[in-house]
Design a protein around this ligand. Sequence first.
Ligand SMILES: *Cc1c(COP(=O)(O)O)cnc(C)c1O
Length: 386
Amino acid sequence: MLDKLGLQLELSKTEHLYRSRKVLESPQSVEPIINGKKVLSFCSNDYLGLANHPDVIQCFKKAADQYGVGSGSAHLVSGHSAEHHALEEELAEFMGAERALLFSTGYMANLGVVSALCDRHSEIYEDKLNHASLLDAALLSRARRIRFPHVDMEHLGKRLTQSNSENNKFIITDGVFSMDGDLAPIDTLVKLANKNNATLMVDDAHGIGVLGEKGRGVIEHFNLDNKQVPILVGTLGKAFGTAGAFVTGSEDLIETLIQKSRGYIFTTAMPAAVAAATRTSLQLLEKESWRREKLQSLISQFRKGVSELGFELIDSMTSIQPIIIGSSEKALALSEKLLEKNILISAIRPPTVPEGTARLRITFSATHTEEQVDKLLAILNEVTIE
Ligand SMILES: *Cc1c(COP(=O)(O)O)cnc(C)c1O
């Protein structure tokens, strides 16, 4: 088996699907130093510019002095610090939920929640464009999986009514789709879940911090509450600018996860200093609504400019503004040309996105300037004409 790996790697290169890492030599920012040179980046998920915020760094340092670096064990053993505990309470209050529970990553939160709640007698209805971690979570749970076409509510409604009424039904969706930036129709999903006695779970990794006046994400955008979306996952590595994830829900849901979720129980707690830093970024995220307003104005500027250039845009109001290119070869070539002009945008290719929809996934941060967006538009124009 191992002897074949070299051949498979060569093949992925000829298909323009080979992936490689660039080395970052600066903090995450809109102008990071990558592979030794300063570039203008449009591909970070640090949507609010908090990853390198002085107050967040200050809290991180202070907590490291107080708690050290490693948390030393899992939450249920001896790793659950006062900082973790306070952050959970603050996140629950922010989201308007009874309780919140921290996980070490969003990937693990999804695996941990779905596999704790679903088994062979469950049915999981998933949007075809759900994040890989949700798809993996459903596989791990051994539930029967039903994948519906992207945001096709009619199709989902039909499939739900055809199902075996004895089974526990779960509808699981991204709030904001990570490679397209469009929103799931959460209001319709709430109705379908109620009508069919199904449980709705939303992963709002890209919505929290970005959508809603207070930054509560899709639930605020659709004017819903935590009873209507009884299981909600948020991540801390994106708009929060730190690392980790959380789940919100009822007292019973959270206590059940503490008892049963393997992705919670069998892993080391995130460092206490990360939790402390996140408490500060939560305050900034909630209070500084100018970051969301600035982001929206940069997004409008970009969408207007790029449609004048004749590119096809996805109907997205979020920081994620992909330009669909089609072939992996072309998307990769464009990304390389952009890098020659010091613009960093990664080419997203299958299997991350469906065949034939390779794209430049452009993302914006509140710390971009209007001039930087103009520069992006000018250079996009240049490289696509060349
Ligand atoms: C990034 C992301 C995750 C994973 O979160 P991590 O904390 O990076 O592991 C989960 N779901 C969605 C939709 C994401 O975009």
